[in-house]
Each structure stands twice: as C-alpha cells, then as structure tokens.
Design a protein around this ligand. Structure first.
Ligand code: PLP
Length: 403
C-alpha cells in the first residue's frame, strides 16, 4: 500500500523549517559527555528530597484541583507567589490577575508571538539573541533586525536610528525582544541608563517590548541587578517574561508572563495551549514557598565554581587570539575566535570528541557570527568542564581556528 505523504498536507500557516548545526542535539540526547550547548538545570544542586516533599504535599493537599481543568491563567496560588517574589526580589509591583503561567519562558513568548506577529512583521533584537525566540520569529516569517549591542546592552542610539529609518519608509517594528539580564548568549546586563532610553523609545514609537528575565535568579557576583524595564514603564509597553525552568528543572518547564494592565483586553485572544501542567505548577509553588532562597543561594554557589573553572580552563587552553565574556551571572560564556574561524563547520569534529557547543550563527537571523560560540557551564561538573575545554581547544587547534 502506498504510504501517506504528510509533507504534501502541511498547512501554509505551519512554521517554516529552521537550519540547525549539523549533529547538534537540541536536548542533549546524543549523549555527548561534555554538554556546553544547553542551559540545563544544574544537576548538582537539584534538591531531590525537598522536591519529593513538595510533590507529596502537592498531591495530598491539592489532589482535588488535579481532577479539574486548571484556571485559564494557571494555578492562582503560584501567580500570587510570583507577584510577591517579583516585589521582594525585583521590586516590581505586579497584579496576580495579570500573570499567566506557561510551559517555560518559551511557552509565554510563543503565546505572545502567536498573538501579535504576522509573516513580514519587523522585530528588533540584540546583536545576538536566544535561539529559541529567534527560531520562533523566523518560523513565523518575521523580519528580524539585530541592533548592535555593547557591554551596557542594546545600543539605544543605534536602535533609534533604525526606528527613524524605518519610519521614513512608512513602517515600524511590531516588537522589541530583549534579554536585559545576563543576556543569552552574550552574558551582558543592560545598564539603567540604557533601560531608561529603551523605555523612552518604546513609548515614543509605541512599540511593545518583551523583557525576558529568564536568568534573573542566577546572580553569582558583581553589582546588584538594575530595576526591570517593566518597573520603569509608564505607558504599558513592557511584557515581562521569566521562568523557573533553569532554577528548578527543565523537565518541569514552568514559566510565566506578566502583562501590562492595558493588555488585559487581548487576553481572550491568547492561545491557552501553552499552559503548564497543573501538577508542575503546584509542585513549583510548594517548593518555592518553602525552599526558594536556600536553593537560589546553593545554585549560585555551585555555578560560581563551574563558571570560574571554565574561565580558568579557557585562560589555560585557549590562546590570546581569542577573547570571551566574564559573566556575573547566568550559565554561559560567549567567545570570540579569530575572524577566519568557523565554529559552525568545526562542530561535528567537536561532537565526535564528545563536546557540544553552540556556534555563533545560531543566535543570528542572518547566520552571522561564525567566529563566535557559546559555552554553557550549568550541566557538567567542574572536573568535566576542565577536561571538556581542553578537548575543545585541541579540536579548534586541529581545525586551525586559532590563527
Ligand atoms: C533567554 C531565554 N529565554 C527563554 C528560554 C526558554 O526557556 P524555557 O525552557 O523556560 O522555555 C531560554 C532557554 O535557554 C533562554 O535562555
């Protein structure tokens, strides 16, 4: 019997395919030993017993809510806790009615993009940006424009020039997507001055901002974080997104968005298909309520050791022709190799040696940045990080990428 050809049935609204680097597994399933390519939850600080307590409490106390469909915006107690914690730790005042829970930060971003972005819409992002959001935008046919970004974050003067140019052509971006804290992949935290300028521009040109603070709980050292964009916003242009994915478990995949009040009238247009599991929501609530602070501290302590080990190994094994970020938080280091290096084509050689990393072009709509790469340090132990960086330097040396 002739097999049905599903590819001939694909809807014209289905996402466009995205080119991904040869051999790289997006979920680490290839079982390489050294996974420097994914921001996994730190397995060395996973609180098995406390998670188990939280799960027990969740089922015993709330089993009845598990028999019903959840609240459309997600478990109300968790939304209240998120609102309290944002006030406590980010000095952001949030009405829990404006919080919606999602399947990871990615789920919240997808819901927002599905609501607002059409093929051909222009979206502004940092010079390099998180590949998940980038791929969602490209899959929707959005026109992504990268804005130059320095150590203070997105360069707002250049962003304004882009806005002026676009306005002259009678168009404007639909959205600005930014990761102002421990930016993925560049590791930068946007300064308060830049934040104020960005807010001014978004208000002047009436362009919403997605503020993605997925890494705000991962401060290792350095200055305290500047206030959120959302707390500086008076025109309701900022949509705040974050998650507990990296803190508590990628497998739990619990994220959320906080909407500005003037967006409430479009809530009914949201696709609720990205809602998280109610069990995961209750478990996360019980865990955060009892153990959040100690867990944040132990995670930061462990990440400090891993980050420092990776930085030291890079110092030891990588030549002076390379440079890299020294992040104060988050889970990744952004490296620049000499301009002839090609991190995309060298990747299969690294994977053969059990090392996975992200080539720079993964973070750019135009696939620029072939002499850049991102290394994450949350998954492997300090000893493994040291070994993996040594192997990677040998691979790059054989590929003649250091000249
Ligand atoms: C900046 C940023 N946003 C969103 C995500 C996706 O997170 P989640 O797994 O919570 O959907 C990631 C994951 O790496 C990320 O780095």
């Amino acid at each position: 019997m002739k097999k049905l050809d599903y590819s001939s049935l694909i809807s014209k609204n289905a996402p466009l395919p995205i080119e991904s680097p040869p051999g790289l597994s997006m979920d680490g399933s290839k079982k390489s030993k050294y996974i420097f390519s994914i921001t996994y939850t730190n397995p060395h600080t996973f609180q098995k017993n406390k998670m188990s307590d939280a799960l027990n409490t969740a089922i015993n106390k709330e089993w009845n809510t598990l028999t019903k469909y959840p609240d459309i915006q997600g478990y109300p107690k968790l939304r209240n806790l998120i609102s309290n914690n944002l006030q406590l730790y980010r000095k952001l005042t949030v009405n829990p009615e404006l919080v919606f829970l999602s399947s990871g930060a990615g789920g919240a971003i997808k819901t927002i993009l599905d609501t607002f972005i059409d093929s051909g819409d222009i979206v502004l992002v940092e010079e390099f940006t998180y590949l998940g959001t980038l791929n969602m935008l490209l899959a929707k046919g959005a026109k992504v424009i990268h804005i130059p970004t320095d150590q203070y974050g997105i360069e707002t003067e250049k962003l304004e020039n882009t806005l002026k140019d676009l306005k002259l052509k009678n168009t404007l971006p639909k959205l600005i997507c930014t990761i102002p804290v421990y930016q993925n992949p560049m590791g930068i935290t946007m300064s308060l001055g830049r934040k104020k300028s960005l807010i001014k521009l978004s208000e002047k040109y009436q362009i919403p901002i997605i503020e993605n603070e997925s890494y705000a709980d991962f401060r290792i050292d350095g200055p305290n974080l500047p206030p959120t964009l959302m707390s500086l916003d008076t025109a309701g242009t900022v949509i705040y997104v974050s998650a507990y994915t990296k803190l508590l478990g990628c497998g739990l995949r619990l994220g959320y968005a906080v909407l500005p009040a003037n967006m409430q009238n479009v809530l009914s247009r949201f696709d609720s298909g990205n809602s998280p599991s109610q069990l995961a929501s209750i478990l996360v609530y019980e865990f955060l309520k009892n153990y959040r602070n100690e867990h944040v501290v132990s995670t930061a302590d462990s990440l400090k050791i891993k980050r420092d080990t990776m930085l030291k190994a890079l110092e030891k094994y990588f030549p002076k022709t390379c440079s890299w970020s020294k992040p104060n938080g988050g889970m990744m280091i952004w490296l620049k190799l000499p301009s002839n290096a090609n991190t995309w084509t060298a990747l299969p050689h690294a994977i053969k040696n059990s090392v996975e990393y992200n080539p720079g072009p993964q973070f750019h709509a135009g696939k620029s940045g072939k002499n850049f790469l991102r290394l994450t340090y949350s998954y492997n132990s300090a000893d493994e990080i040291q070994e993996g960086i040594k192997i990677l330097s040998e691979v790059f040396d054989q590929e003649e990428m250091f000249k």
